[in-house]
Design a protein around this ligand. Structure first.
Ligand code: NAP
Length: 253
């Protein structure tokens, strides 16, 4: 690839800058998909297709860039590749078919923005782990790799189970929203977002890199405000919404 460490570092700082901008914007405007979708955001497309399109760069572009790297066949980069693809194959090609709510749409602009974001994010993280980063065999005995991998896996399990519980609230053909109950939902409104944040914090620890930190920061900047918005929405929508529930961090926030 015709890039350089300087270009890669510059792109990573753009990602960090985007995280700051995203946080500021999303504290004022609720991202217009799912329960916060509004007609004023222009033409729409089927939600399932939107998810597949916007997340596909994280699978295919990521793999394409990864396999151009000089370290592509080394063990630690391959473990990191496996972690990334484990998450994103589920998110891109399984999650959209688990969702219920026939006929649901999303604004094309949301899909387009997320698609462009994932191009940038995939370049930054794939290029780092297989080319500009350096993860020799000694990284296998470094606790950062295994603590990060444990956080990643724990977060993934929380995210998967929490999404599954939300999806199961609708019977086939239903479109509306209900109060989720049980497990972590007794403490917080959005355990799926808590799990997602842990996944990318784990990635940042396992890769111990500015690239990984940038994506973890972006994820928190993106779904942190959305967790607050969903929590507010639940409280406004359901009179009997449980008082003690927080938004995303049990007992705290
Ligand atoms: N890394 C990142 O920056 C990032 C960003 C965004 C999302 N994500 C991940 O992508 C996944 C989906 O995100 P999302 O924002 O769409 O999550 P969400 O709003 O919690 O919705 C998840 C699914 O459950 C349904 N649902 C949610 N609450 C429901 C309720 N009370 N009753 C019935 N059905 C309900 C939703 O239907 P509707 O679609 O009809 O609302 C959707 O199909 C999550 O795992 C999230 O962590 C990651």
């Amino acid at each position: 690839m015709a890039d350089s460490p300087e270009l890669h570092r510059g792109a990573t700082w753009v990602l960090i800058g985007l995280a700051v901008v995203t946080f500021v914007v999303l504290r004022r405007i609720d991202a217009p998909y799912g329960r916060h979708q509004r007609a004023s955001w222009g033409p729409t497309m089927p939600a399932r297709l939107g998810w597949i399109v916007m997340e596909t760069p994280a699978v295919l572009v990521f793999a394409g860039i990864y396999f151009q790297g000089q370290h592509r066949f080394e063990l630690v980069p391959l473990i990191l590749l496996g972690m990334w693809q484990f998450h994103y194959v589920q998110r891109t090609y399984v999650f959209p078919f688990r969702m219920r709510g026939e006929g649901k749409t999303m604004p094309i602009v949301v899909c387009a923005l997320a698609f462009v974001f994932q191009l940038l994010n995939s370049y930054i993280n794939a290029r780092w782990i297989s080319h500009f980063g350096s993860y020799g065999g000694e990284w296998l005995s470094d606790p950062r790799l295994w603590i990060g991998a444990a956080l990643f896996l724990g977060g993934w399990l929380i995210n998967f189970k929490a999404d599954a519980m939300l999806i199961a609230l609708r019977k086939p053909g239903e479109q509306g929203y209900k109060i989720p109950r049980g497990w972590l939902y007794e403490r917080i409104s959005c355990p799926n977002y808590l799990g997602e944040m842990l996944v990318w914090i784990g990635w940042a620890v396992a890769t111990w890199s500015l690239a990984g930190f940038g994506f973890a920061l972006y994820t928190i900047a993106n779904i942190g405000p959305r967790a607050l918005a969903n929590h507010r929405w639940y409280r406004e929508t359901f009179e009997d919404y449980p008082e003690q529930r927080k938004a995303v961090i049990p007992y705290l926030l």
